[in-house]
Design a protein around this ligand. Sequence first.
Ligand SMILES: Nc1ncnc2c1ncn2[C@@H]1O[C@H](COP(=O)(O)OP(=O)(O)O)[C@@H](O)[C@H]1O
Ligand SMILES: [Mg+2]
Length: 301
Amino acid sequence: MVGPAAAAPAPGAAGPALDAAGAALEIRDLEVVYAGVILALRGVSLRASSGRCTAVLGANGAGKSTLLKAVSGMLASENGRVLHGGVWWDGQPVHGRSPLDLVARGIVHVMEGRRVLRHLSVEQNLVIGGHAAPSRGELKRRLEEVCDTVPILGRLYRRTAGLLSGGEQQLLVIGRAMMARPRLLLIDEPSLGLAPKTVDQVFELLDMLRKRGMGIVLVEQNARVALQVADDACVLENGRVAIGGSAQDLRENDDVKAFYMGLHASGERRRLLETVVTRRRRDFGRALARSERHEERQAVA
Ligand SMILES: Nc1ncnc2c1ncn2[C@@H]1O[C@H](COP(=O)(O)OP(=O)(O)O)[C@@H](O)[C@H]1O
Ligand SMILES: [Mg+2]
């Protein structure tokens, strides 16, 4: 679910109750600033829950990665700060918590750029992802489970991660995240720089995880592929939600088609928000003219 939420409560206030599906992430009216001066998010609200994929779309610099960092606790290491609003998980406020604490609560962030540990093997990368497993037996179970779900990782088990292809590395970083048994996976631009066939493999895996009940927040510039797997979606523009709704609504939205799916007829490339505002103004102008004509006719009669 995406869309405007109620006014942000004071930090520390109770958040929403668990949704029917179990876990609920709620971001309310979030404002984030870097270095005290760069306002990267300007009042973003968004919800995500178990078994659903929420896509966050938008151009470079829109604030997509910042949104994920605000959820996973990574802002502080980049001199970023929440100015207003916040993030609730399972009804608890979690803004300001450390990344480790959030991993322990089931939120795992796969950062942009396929950050494998290049000199280590696939196995070692996976083991590091499962470092918090309560026992060796549990770690082994998780390794088997990941290799069952992503068989290519089993085949590449002893290979050096830095020598894998881009697609294999992307599957590895998702596999490493799976080792922590996340309930919510935050994933940043998984399709970037990959061939279409490889992109399909990555999205098939995300779809499988979603069907198994994992919540996914998927950041993508590639709206076409993201909207195929997502249940809900929003477009960020200049730190604000320009459009939000079901993925189907966005797939059918002419502005999204025009600006983010490369289907624009006129070749015009104005910002989405501008277009939406312009259209609303135009529709309002037409409605006003209609009502004035109506009043004139009534006056004459
Ligand atoms: N570590 C940082 N320090 C300062 N400004 C940043 C930092 N990270 C991102 N920004 C700025 O915040 C805005 C949003 O960036 P980002 O969230 O990375 O956008 P996106 O992921 O949509 O490309 C941009 O203006 C960017 O320059
Ligand atoms: Mg980014």
